[in-house]
Design a protein around this ligand. Structure first.
Ligand code: NAI
Length: 343
């Protein structure tokens, strides 16, 4: 198989190359994103491999198909960026890595909570400037606080487990109740109740038409004053402009984000010597109680190694005419479908 990989990062290339050594594929690793403009680079390749901010829209897929591409191999669990109906029409197989390390994202999520609560990001700067004052660094005990978890799939379940260990009361929202969460004592509640009761709200649902802007102006107004919101799922689950207004009025106390609605043109790049033109994002960064990481929840050795292994396996199986099983993503699968079949 000849495969071309878009959006490869320096941190993942050694893992891809290591996996490649045991398989018989011919790979080309590119830095650039897949877009309509870069699709022609795939000419002569059977497989295109993409990451979360590559463009998998219908025009791009048609262009890839025109150049002879027969398979799209996602190095992610999420597939909301791929037009599956178009891929099916074109007869293009789409495969993904359904689970690599839910621990990586769950642990990052709780890391954001702790950092915001105990203000590590501010304390770090202060101490480096020899400012040892504690003013403004007051946190709260996690023990006894109510945390609302939206989406108790693979990642949400682990978040519930860690928080239960802290002595938090965990309430959750998910159309499908997770037995392991119920066993932990997690109580499933309607959205309104979750908004009203939670001291911290953590988002772990997929991005679907139903969950787009789930954290809306109305949802924010139903929340406790001073609530902490953490999003490591997909940016558009939050209406960012409404969130900024809620931060300005102090309705929302603190926010931890690993994802952002318009992250495609920002994240995974070094823009340190450039002007950022996204005023919404820039405003978000001005709040002292907002902590943003650039979509790094998955970034552990275990997760990256597993992504490389499964991606190369998917490509080899396709090349050898073997079934891809649950790793194949089909248009018929609704992205609001139950755990295991989404993101
Ligand atoms: P999963 O598929 O195991 O779980 C998702 C859960 O959300 C399911 O239980 C599903 O029933 C539930 N759900 C669906 N619609 C819902 C709704 N309207 N309201 C409440 N719950 C709903 O997915 P997984 O692996 O746990 O991933 C969760 C999220 O984390 C996804 O959005 C994924 O894109 C994101 N993610 C983020 C990463 C990062 O680096 N920040 C890395 C990997 C995943």
């Amino acid at each position: 198989m000849k495969a071309i990989f878009y959006s490869t990062m320096s941190y993942e290339r050694p893992y891809i190359i290591r996996e490649q050594e045991r398989l018989n594929n011919e790979l080309k690793l590119l830095d650039c994103r897949l877009t309509l403009e870069t699709a022609s680079l795939a000419k002569g390749y059977d497989v295109v491999s993409v990451f979360v901010n590559d463009d998998g829209s219908a025009p791009v897929l048609r262009e890839l198909h025109r150049h002879g591409v027969r398979m799209l191999s996602l190095r992610s669990a999420g597939f909301n960026h791929i037009d599956l109906d178009e891929a099916e029409k074109l007869g293009m197989i789409v495969a993904r890595v359904p689970a690599y390390s839910p621990h990586a994202v769950a642990e990052h999520t709780v890391g954001l909570m702790l950092a915001l609560n105990r203000k590590f990001h501010r304390a770090y700067q202060r101490v480096r400037e020899q400012n040892f004052s504690l003013d403004g660094l007051m946190g709260f005990d996690m023990n006894g606080k109510t945390v609302g978890v939206v989406g108790t799939g693979k990642i949400g379940e682990l978040v519930c487990k860690i928080l239960a260990g802290f002595g938090c009361k965990v309430i959750a929202l998910d159309p499908i109740e997770n037995k392991h969460c119920l066993d932990l004592g997690v109580q499933y509640v309607p959205a309104r109740v979750l908004f009203e009761r939670s001291d911290i709200i953590s988002l772990h649902c997929p991005l679907t038409p139903e969950t787009r802007h789930f954290i809306s102006r109305e949802a924010l107004s139903a929340m406790k004053t001073g609530v902490m919101i953490i999003n490591t799922s997909r940016g558009a689950v939050i209406d960012t402009k409404a969130l900024i207004d809620a931060l300005k009025s102090s309705k929302v106390g603190s926010v931890g984000l690993d994802v952002y609605e318009e992250e495609t043109n920002l994240f995974f790049k070094d823009l340190s010597d450039q002007v950022v033109h996204d005023d919404v994002f820039v405003r978000l960064m001005t709040f002292p109680h907002v902590l943003i990481t650039a979509h790094q929840g998955f970034l552990t050795e275990e997760a990256i190694s597993e992504i490389a292994r499964v991606t190369l396996d998917n490509i080899s199986r396709f090349g050898n005419g073997l079934e891809l099983g649950l790793n194949q993503v089909r248009a018929a699968v609704q992205i609001s479908a139950p755990r295991g079949s989404v993101t």
